[in-house]
Design a protein around this ligand. Sequence first.
Ligand code: BGC
Length: 271
Amino acid sequence: MSTDQPPLTAEISALTGGFGIDIGGSGIKGAPVDLTEGRFAAERLRIPTPQPSTPGAVADVVAEIVESFGEAAGTGPVGVTFPAVIQHGVARTAANVDKTWIDTDVDTLFTARLNRSVHVVNDADAAGVAEARFGAARDTKGLVVVVTLGTGIGSAVLLDGKLMPNTELGHLEIDGHDAESRAADSAREREDLSWEKWAHRLQNYFSTVENLFWPDLFVVGGGVSKKSSKFLPLLDLRTPIVPAQLLNDAGIIGAAVLAAESPDAPRPPAH
Ligand code: BGC
């Protein structure tokens, strides 16, 4: 009989399997995540965001999504994205969400509701971590700024792959305006801007950011990054700028990664 020990399946899946949830203004999406490959381990589930999107109502949907996956949801910490500053699990802002979230301890609320450890992070930070590990900024050394263009503008700043959380570069004041009010994708839609007109605003935005941060790479995420060929070639920047690769999956994957690396996560057995 071989003396080799069989792999401990439960331990291996605890180390390679995670679970991520992305809370957005219109939908809440979740899936088990293969943390080694950086992709979904099962098809994701989407449930419309309850209206009003109060903390209790959203916690119910988060629980419904995790529970619907049964055993496939694993047992480790669940990673959740939220579109606001999240300082040590507590929401500090609410630019585009219900104001009742401000000062809500989201980690504690969701952990109690799920009876399982939950780690909440800013949505753009999660997307940035996913792009740095598995997507457009994979293996990029130096400073990477990931900017998500959607209802608001989110940002993630990473140095050699390590995240500096809650940078909130979407709220830089440019020409007397909150930058996201003019350059987010929602501004393009609301004002029915041509790609050229919107690109002009993006030029102003990205020039400002590159003059402040001198990044080695910009990654542009958010739903509109699927159409990056319409606007990225119109920008004239010294910093290379590329579209995100993980698109809609980035938030879920990044949240799962950050949760798995949070202090609550199971550790490999000591040898
Ligand atoms: C919020 C950020 C968020 C971004 C994208 C901004 O309005 O302040 O926290 O990352 O929108 O959702």
